[in-house]
Design a protein around this ligand. Structure first.
Ligand code: S3P
Length: 448
């Protein structure tokens, strides 16, 4: 059963102008790291113990896929999981289609891992995932020897992938800055003899590289050009099960952070937020806009830094966000557009073409969310231009398009707009932040 079937009845929710938000919270574990911990655990020999796993639907679908491919995956406590892997290239052919629900990351990374194993698997997902491009993943995997034997128009899901019996190491230049493409090639490269190299002209999140190192692979990353990276992985390592502590997800922290900035008088603390510099473009931008965000208690775990954030309500001003910042905040433009709506002046976000192929067309959906709430907004080419006036009329009904981040962004907007903001469906929030509504209520958010 796909996600869309399991939530047949939409559940709308309304956010209202709230009194100051206050208190401490820890948002759930990082989604990118949670997927990777399960996948690398499944490809390692021995036990991987994961603390702080995101127990959202996207990640749970990856856990099920790892089981279907032969790994032992067990929940041992709250957010604590154990994985006993099958070793590099050791996946067994699954007996049923792998259903990734709403998750592009789960689906694409597992495609990479399967591409290096001599098995066939069917990949499927919900209506949103079925509409997303897969050629960008399949192209390099076919160069390595895998084959798509059945797919929908343009290589979309559902598709059948036959892994390579003797995968070839390749040198691959990614056509767009995408950690999903990079990671798929590296995971397939684990099974190839020799060195698999990925070159990206703009660095994308490097959690796969950091975690591969943590599990014992030999992997070297160096600068390439001004913003890029060249990553070289030596194939056929023996990955050893490892302990992984998952820090709190900065992309989820983004919602209470922006809420605290726009709701008058707010003062909140968020703990353990991951501060990998390839994920923190939103925080840089908000600070440029005048946001009061203090970081303290910085510490690192298995290569991933984290910090405690104190956020206070702030008068924001419009800024220009340069295109090269996009990879480090690709999932945060929706909520940044909300912050920009409450700022004084124009915010121009440049180079957002990748937003068109996320869980929804986020460029159009963001503009629609703002417009229906009385904010002046324009799309010019791949740029989004928001005219902030310091307040938002609100009163709109926002279509969430099976996209968790639209749902949460619109609810954040309603906490400070003049009139309430309603979303058509809360269901997809569970893909990445199942506790969002109760956690925001504990901080003082008014939802009804
Ligand atoms: C992710 C990479 C990003 C991001 C997604 C998570 C990852 O996608 O949008 O939510 O974990 O690798 P792209 O790398 O395709 O931009």
């Amino acid at each position: 059963m796909t996600h869309s079937d399991s939530h047949a009845t939409p559940s709308p929710l309304t956010a209202r102008k709230s009194a100051a938000l206050n208190g401490r919270a820890r948002v759930p574990g990082d989604k990118s790291i949670s997927h990777r911990a399960l996948i690398l655990g499944a490809l390692a020999v021995g036990e991987t113990r994961i603390a702080g796993l995101l127990e959202g639907e996207d990640v749970l679908n990856t856990a099920k896929a790892m089981q279907a491919l032969g790994a032992q995956v067990e929940r041992t406590g709250d957010f604590a999981w154990s994985v006993r892997g099958v070793g590099v290239s050791g996946f067994a052919a699954p007996k049923h289609a792998l259903d990734f629900g709403n998750s592009g990351t789960g689906c694409r990374l597992v495609m990479g891992a399967v591409a290096g194993c001599p098995i066939s698997a069917i990949f499927d997902g919900d209506a949103s995932l079925r509409s997303r491009p897969m050629r960008r993943i399949v192209d390099p995997l076919e160069l390595m020897g895998a084959r798509v034997t059945d797919s929908q128009d343009g290589g979309r899901l559902p598709l059948t992938l036959r892994g390579a019996r003797d995968p070839l190491p390749i040198v691959y230049r990614t056509p767009v800055a995408s950690a999903q493409i990079k990671s798929a090639v590296l995971l397939a490269g684990l099974s190839a003899p020799g060195v698999t190299t990925v070159i990206e002209s703009e660095a994308s999140r490097d959690h796969t590289e950091l975690m591969l190192k943590h599990f014992g692979a030999q992997i070297v990353s160096e600068k390439e050009g001004i913003h890029g990276r060249k990553i070289a992985l030596t194939g056929q390592p023996e990955l050893r099960g490892a302990d992984v502590v998952v820090p709190a997800d900065p992309s989820s922290a983004a919602f209470p952070i922006v809420a605290a900035l726009i709701v008058a008088g707010s003062d909140i603390v968020l703990t353990d937020v991951m501060t990998n510099p390839l994920r923190t473009g939103l925080f840089t931008t908000l600070r440029e806009m005048g946001a009061s965000i203090e970081e303290s208690e910085v510490r690192g775990d298995a290569g991933e830094p984290m910090a405690q954030f104190r956020v206070r309500a702030s008068q924001l001003r419009g800024v220009v966000v340069p295109p090269e910042r996009a990879p480090s905040m690709i999932d945060e433009y929706l909520v940044l557009a909300v912050a920009a709506s409450f700022a004084e002046g124009t915010t121009t976000m440049r180079g957002l073409q990748e937003l068109r192929v996320k869980e929804s067309d986020r460029l159009e959906a963001t503009a629609a969310m703002l417009r229906v709430n009385g904010v002046k907004v324009e799309i010019v080419g791949d740029d989004l231009i928001v005219e902030g006036t310091g307040h938002v009329p609100g009163g709109g009904l926002v279509a969430t398009h099976m996209d968790h981040r639209i749902a949460m962004s619109a609810l954040v907007m309603g906490l400070a707009s003049d009139k309430p903001v309603t979303i058509d469906d809360t269901a997809f929030i569970a893909t990445s932040f199942p506790d969002f509504i109760p956690m925001m209520r504990r901080l003082g958010a008014e939802f009804s």
